[in-house]
Ligand binder design. Sequence first.
Ligand code: ACM
Length: 261
Amino acid sequence: MKIGYVQTSPTFSEKTQNFEQVKNLLNNIKADLIVLPELFATGYTFISKKEAESLAEDINGQTAQFLKKLSKITGGVVIGGFIEKDGDEIFNSAMIVSKNEVIGTYRKIHLYYKECLWFSPGNKPLRIYEVNNVKIGIMICFDWFFPETIRTLALLGADIIAHPANLVLPYCQKAMTTHCLVNRVFAVTSNRIGNEVRGEDDFKFTGGSQITSYNGNILSSAPTDKVYIKFIEIDVIHARDKKLNSYNDLLNDRRPEFYLL
Ligand code: ACM
C-alpha cells in the first residue's frame, strides 16, 4: 500500500488558503493513506481560548468537508488535525476520513506547553481504525514523548501509526526510529514548517516529516524548511510479525508484572 505525508506551511487562521495548499500539493496523487499535520488548517499558536474556540468545528464542519473531498480525489484514507468542538469543550484532535465518511476522531491526550490553556485533554481511549484490512492508530505530536502511547497502539494491533504533528523540539524524528523498532510498527509523522510569532510566543516548526519503517529504518525524510510531500509503498505484513528470531516475540516477551505504569 502507498502511504505518505503532506508537509505544509499553514498561515494562521486562514483555513481556505491552507486547504488550497494541501489540495494543490496533492494534485494528481493517488494513495492509500495520507497524513496531514496537526491543526493543519488553523495554525497552532493561539493567544486565547476564545481565539481557539472561534476556529473550532464539529465533525460536520469545513475541515470534515474538505477531508472528505480529498479522500474522494486521492482514493485514500486521510488523517489531519483540527480543533474539535464538543459542547463547551475544545480538543486538539485529528480526524480520520474515508471517502464520504468521518470514521472517527482522536483527541490528543498529552498536551504540550500552553495547549492546556485552550484545549481539554483527550478523553477518549486510544483505539485502532481498521480500513481496507489495515489497522491504523493515531497519535498527535507531543504524544510521541510518552512511549506508552505508541506501545498501547501496538498492543491494540496497529500496523501504522498516523502522527500529525507541529513539532518544535528537535528530538522526535530520531526517537520515532526507536519507537517503531521496539513496537515493530510503521509510522507517518506529518509535520509543518514555518514560524508563528503570536503573543509572547515565537515557534519555529521543524519540518523533517518522516516515514519510519517497522525495523527503525527511515523510508522518507522531508527537508526542514520546504513544503514537501512523499509517498512510499509498504507492506503492513511486516508489522504483524512481532518475532525477532525463533526465541523472541516482542509483545509476548513482555513482563508486565515487573513494570510500573
Ligand atoms: C506539539 O505537541 N505540537 C509540540
